[in-house]
Design a protein around this ligand. Structure first.
Ligand SMILES: Nc1ncnc2c1ncn2[C@@H]1O[C@H](COP(=O)(O)OP(=O)(O)OP(=O)(O)O)[C@@H](O)[C@H]1O
Ligand SMILES: O=P(O)(O)OC[C@H]1O[C@H](OP(=O)(O)OP(=O)(O)O)[C@H](O)[C@@H]1O
Ligand SMILES: [Mg+2]
Length: 380
């Protein structure tokens, strides 16, 4: 449930109350709850995964799942429920990212994929939300304070300088427009900044300072183009959080609902195998040598050629003068994409030839490190 911010320190002007939920104490008044009352684990049999229904996360999420051989089958794009044939007993529900988090909390969803920004804003530090994979490698952005490049802000370049400006008083606080009405005031409070008033807005926040609606904004920044185009700048110490897409789960569901832990394990294995492989190439090459050990020693003498668990070295046999022997060896290693050219140079330096580079699809480790972490978070 959202907590309203102290109106004295951080007056909050809420444009619309649609994203707040209230539980009335009076019996005579009707109650308005956000989802399943009390966030209990209901008796439904199916496991539910919430995915973003719109926005830039929607297509990237489907793409990622497809790359993990977990294609989502949606009969009709306007239908909000779908299936992943590989994961039996799982329903996919398309929801707005913030509703994915709310429904995880209310017990109406068991798993979800959303940005960490949304998890922090709408999860509000709830112990029931568990981040299973915090780096799905898309939707990268940061939540930052931005101020005008001009006028009284021209020489202001840090949060400290912004807070020290004589303009902000109890009566006339720094006005910040944001969609992050939980994280914004919390950040200001954590940084000991007084005389701040937040107002909510849903889009095109970057226009607010020029329109005179706000002095500063707190919004997501990725390339920084939108800020620049609107003559705004980020400031030192003004980043509230770094975000990217994450797999999130309800603690209650993981512990109590049949099959949720197993499904989470399978999803995690597939995600990790795909994401690890994304950063690597397979390199095969030929190398002359007197023995497999001698070739392996030469490879391991190079810092970028160690591979995942050391090189695979196989003899290439040929028949000469009626005698079968191995004069050279085929080697196979994985190299990080970023270190590809360095690896080729090192391979050549030790006598490698005929170098072939292929993409990798999956790397399945013996055990995914995040699985251990998940079990320990659950006390299992
Ligand atoms: N410029 C950006 N670059 C990369 N990722 C972003 C960017 N802006 C937002 N995101 C990430 O994508 C998520 C969804 O943002 P998006 O703007 O696509 O949808 P939305 O905010 O739900 O829709 P709307 O902005 O129409 O309300 C955000 O919560 C954040 O994690
Ligand atoms: O740093 P950049 O790469 O320019 O991206 C930042 C912009 O992206 C998001 O807006 P979005 O495109 O989602 O539009 P919205 O305001 O309608 O949410 C965010 O709210 C910023 O406005
Ligand atoms: Mg947006």
């Amino acid at each position: 449930m959202l907590t309203m911010i102290s109106p004295i320190r951080f007056p909050l002007y809420v444009k619309s109350g649609t994203h707040c939920c209230f539980a009335s104490a009076s019996i005579s008044e009707p109650q308005v709850l956000n989802g399943n009352p009390g966030g209990t684990v209901s008796s439904r049999q199916e496991i539910r995964l919430g995915l973003p229904s719109k926005g830039r996360m929607a297509s990237d999420t489907l793409e990622l799942l497809k790359d993990c051989q977990l294609s989502v089958k949606q009969v009709n794009p306007r239908q909000y429920v779908a299936h992943i044939p590989q994961l039996s007993n799982l329903e996919v529900w398309f929801q707005r990212p913030k509703d994915v988090v709310r429904k995880l909390l209310s017990g109406d969803l068991d798993l979800g994929i959303v940005g960490l920004d949304i998890v922090s804003e709408f999860g509000q530090g709830s112990e029931d939300l568990i981040i299973v994979h915090e780096a799905l490698d898309y939707g990268d952005c940061r939540l930052s304070i931005a101020i005008p490049q001009y006028g009284i802000f021209e020489n202001v370049n840090s949060l400290e300088e912004l807070a020290k400006m004589p303009q902000w008083t109890e009566e006339k606080p720094l006005r910040v427009a944001t969609g992050f009405t939980y994280l914004g005031p919390k950040f200001m409070k954590d940084n000991g900044i007084k005389h701040v008033a937040f107002s909510t807005a849903d889009g095109a926040l970057e226009a607010a300072p020029a329109m005179g609606i706000a002095d500063a904004i707190l919004d997501l920044v990725s390339s920084g183009t939108t800020l620049k185009e609107n003559n705004l700048k980020e400031i030192e110490g003004g980043t509230v959080l770094e975000s990217q897409a994450a797999l999130v789960a309800s603690r209650k569901s993981l512990i109590s609902r049949t099959g949720v832990l197993e499904t989470t394990h399978e999803m995690l294995e597939r995600l990790e195998a795909h994401l690890r492989a994304m950063g690597q190439f397979t390199v095969t090459a030929n190398m002359r040598g007197s023995s497999a050990e001698e070739v392996a020693e030469r490879i391991l003498s190079q810092p970028s050629l160690a591979g995942l668990q050391g090189p695979t070295v196989s003899p290439v046999f040929c028949k000469r003068d009626g005698k079968v022997s191995a004069d050279y060896y085929a080697i196979v290693i994985c190299v990080p994409k970023k270190a590809l050219y360095k690896s080729i140079q090192q391979l050549r330096a030790i006598g490698g030839s005929g170098v072939l580079i292929s993409p990798l699809t999956y790397i399945f480790d013996e055990e995914t490190p995040r699985w251990r972490q998940l079990l320990s978070k659950l006390g299992l």
